[in-house]
Design a protein around this ligand. Structure first.
Ligand code: GLU
Length: 284
């Protein structure tokens, strides 16, 4: 069976040990399966991503001993593709415009928590499209809006298939998990600023690139529920998910972009070798 996996960092800072662990996990899995390993640059957030961080990703991963296929897919080159996928969701009637600010959404959740979904990060917003005349007025004013996926409309669209939607998780053993995308409420699928979202771009790219195995940190485990729904709506193939534990430092804290001392370049400058780093992360 074909095995295609990827490492998909966002160039918002230098790679640290947590990234190295994630990249090596995917890379070694591809090697073990005699499969393919792809690198994808997830830079849809143009305010936070920087070209020097992208260049550093290539340099640091190559230094670590990884090799990947060319060309590398860079998401900022594909906004039109994500727009086309969004257009399909619009045509299906499963998304609606949301003009609310972040604060208005939070206030609304606080006012009516019983209407919200119990999400992985607390209550998630469930809304509804505006009345046509109200929406027309806001559009005429040029008010900015995001597109939200309506869980109710998605459920109508998929019918019985919505209730039986599931995905395969491999974490030591293989396990089929019932997809519960409703935990995200009506998720933002296209943001006001970028016209897409991590969810839409990632699911679209995995399908376009023929990814069969999504290997990433367990902080993104819940996202699989929403991603499975997007795959079903857009007619994209299923993928297998492997969510690995997040690396922590000696004090049990997760590595994060703020830990400057643990970036691969800082470690390299301090004289560490790729072999030492691989060993430190449990790879031979
Ligand atoms: N770009 C995401 C990140 O840096 C990874 C997304 C994924 O692997 O699906 O956290």
């Amino acid at each position: 069976m074909a095995f295609v996996t990827r490492f998909a960092p966002s160039p918002t800072g230098y790679l640290h040990l947590g990234h190295a662990y994630s990249a090596l996990t995917a890379y070694r899995a591809a090697q073990a399966a005699n499969g393919r390993f792809l690198l994808r640059i997830e830079d849809i957030d143009q305010t936070r991503c920087r070209p020097e961080f992208e260049a550093a990703i290539y340099e640091d991963l190559a230094w670590l001993g990884l090799r990947w296929e060319a060309p590398v897919r860079r998401q900022s080159d594909h906004f039109a593709d994500y727009g086309a996928a969004l257009d399909r969701l619009i045509a299906m009637g499963v998304v609606y415009r949301c003009f609310k600010t972040r604060k208005e959404v939070l206030d609304e959740i606080a006012r009516a928590p019983h209407l919200s979904a119990a999400g992985p990060d607390g209550p998630a917003y469930v809304g509804a499209p505006l009345a046509a005349d109200e929406e027309r007025a806001l559009l005429a004013e040029g008010a900015p809006f995001a597109w939200r996926l309506s869980i109710a409309a998605a459920r109508d669209r998929l019918g019985a298939a919505f209730e039986t939607l599931s995905f395969l998780v491999e974490d030591g053993r293989a396990q089929r998990v019932r997809a519960r995308p409703q935990i995200f409420g009506d998720a933002v699928i296209a943001r006001k600023d970028s016209g897409t979202s991590y969810h839409l771009a990632s699911v679209h790219d995995d399908a376009t690139q023929g990814v069969t195995h999504v290997i990433r940190g367990e902080d993104l485990a819940a996202a699989a529920h929403l991603h499975r729904l997007l795959q079903a709506l857009l007619g994209y193939p299923e993928v297998v998910y492997r969510h690995h534990p997040l690396m922590t430092d000696d004090t049990g804290r997760r590595y994060a972009k703020r830990d400057k001392s643990e970036t691969l370049r800082a470690l390299r400058a301090a004289g560490e070798t790729p072999a030492l780093i691989r060993a430190r992360l449990g790879f031979r």
